[in-house]
Write a protein that binds this ligand. Structure first.
Ligand code: HEM
Length: 395
């Protein structure tokens, strides 16, 4: 089978059994030219690392969403920066994500997780996505941003809609634009509130911060705020729901984790490899560069297909097997690599670990609801479950 005609920005191509296509890409066309979108696609592990590492050839400043024009859809967040601009902007946000901060968050994440599990434990059934995986990351981010519960709920409804903007300009809809507009208005109101009454939340830190003696513009703060929401809440949920689904489908592995909870951190790594919530990030070529016999021209774009790299047999033993006892000699690329390596990786790992610990201890017989199938959301930016109905013995 060949996939020469594949449209990498199709909303279903990465969702329903993309493995045959990824295998073909890695083996036959490791630098694939997608004629529909006029972009290159890289699928091998080492190539994704090479592209991420060589920021002088593959830059982020023209946008990481393919075919987006930042003059029309501006986004001043760190993810779209290179060099010093990136370093100083990232350093500001990093203040909230030190190892110590994350360690200190453990108690709070556990408290929030327990609260969510308490709400469903006596019911005997729930939807893992809407009851557990969707709310937890948003509540954690909401704490860091100084939101009330009502704010977290409202913002989550908007980000759920406008995150689809990451699929690319050809997939934009009125509801995406409207939801983003709602978020921008909310952000402005919140900034006005914090100006009156600053706190110790991330927004207040950004408002008081200076880069080269200048305060951050309101726009810049808004884009960083948005990046944390999309990066922090829309992704982690897919590792929680996708990981639980795999454990339900591999009861012997689940039992292993129940018997050996100390093995959960390794299971977290396997779940992060297996689920790979971001399908891709993009880069622009700053100059001509040859890879696998193809000349990538200055100005062209390349996307890195993280799920394909995370199943590359050159790196992974039995890549198509889910195995919570896998021995990792190299990291999965789900969090990217290099200078833009995910700032929230430790937090995402913590949330996933605590959710697994709580659920395996309290609802160990959770299984898929035979009357209501799970389903994925269509998309070419993020991949994850929209619904995962389950049943269990009520507690
Ligand atoms: C499983 C969950 C997550 C996944 C799979 C994920 C994935 C990624 C990836 C692939 C990148 C690299 C982008 C690039 O190279 O262009 C990235 C960057 C980033 N992530 Fe995450 N992320 C997750 C959770 C989080 C969380 C919880 C936060 C914040 C609370 C977060 C905040 C960020 C930020 C701020 C960046 C930009 C870093 C930079 O440009 O220097 N992410 N993430």
């Amino acid at each position: 089978m060949s996939f020469y005609d594949a449209d990498m920005l199709d909303l279903n191509i990465h969702i329903h059994d993309p493995e045959p296509m990824y295998e073909w890409l890695r083996e036959e066309e490791p630098m694939f030219w997608d004629e529909h979108n006029e972009i290159w696609a890289a699928s091998r592990y080492d190539d994704v690392i090479f592209i991420s590492r060589n920021t002088d050839i593959f830059c982020s400043r023209l946008g990481v969403v393919p075919n987006i024009d930042l003059d029309i859809w501006p986004d001043d967040a760190m993810i779209n920066k290179d060099g010093r601009d990136h370093t100083v902007q990232r350093a500001l946000v990093s203040k909230g994500f030190t190892r110590r901060n994350i360690r200190e968050m453990e108690l709070r994440v556990r408290e929030l997780t327990k609260e969510l599990v308490d709400r469903i434990a006596s019911k005997g059934s729930c939807d893992v996505v809407s009851d557990l995986a969707r709310p937890l990351p948003m509540l954690v981010m909401g704490d860091m941003l100084g939101y009330t519960r009502e704010m977290s709920d409202k913002v989550l409804d908007w980000t759920d809609v406008y995150v689809a903007g990451g699929n690319g300009p050809q997939h934009l809809t009125d509801s995406i634009v409207e939801s983003f507009g709602n978020f921008v208005m909310f952000h402005e109101e919140l900034m006005a509130e914090r100006r009156e009454k600053p706190g110790d939340d991330l927004l207040s830190i950004w408002m008081n911060a200076e880069i080269d003696g200048e305060q951050l513009t309101e726009d810049k703060i808004m884009y960083e705020h948005n990046l944390l929401l999309v990066g922090g809440s829309e992704t982690t949920r897919h590792t929680i729901s996708g990981g639980l689904l795999q454990l339900m489908r591999h009861p012997e592995q689940r039992q292993h984790l129940i018997d050996h909870p100390e093995a959960i951190p390794n299971a977290v790594e396997e779940i992060i490899r297996w689920t790979t919530p971001f399908i891709r990030m993009g880069r622009h070529l700053t100059r001509d560069h040859e890879m696998h016999g193809k000349v990538l021209k200055a100005g062209q774009q390349v996307i890195m297909l993280y799920p394909a790299a995370n199943r590359d047999p050159r790196i992974w033993d039995r890549p198509q097997e889910f195995d919570v006892t896998r021995k990792f000699t190299k990291p999965a690329l789900s969090f990217g690599y290099g200078k833009h390596y995910c700032l929230g990786a430790a937090l995402a790992r913590l949330e996933l670990k605590i959710m697994l610990e709580e659920l395996l201890a309290r609802l160990p017989d959770m299984s898929e609801n035979p009357e209501a199938p799970s389903a994925y959301k269509p998309g070419c930016f993020l991949k994850g479950l929209e619904t995962l109905p389950v049943v269990f013995s009520a507690q």
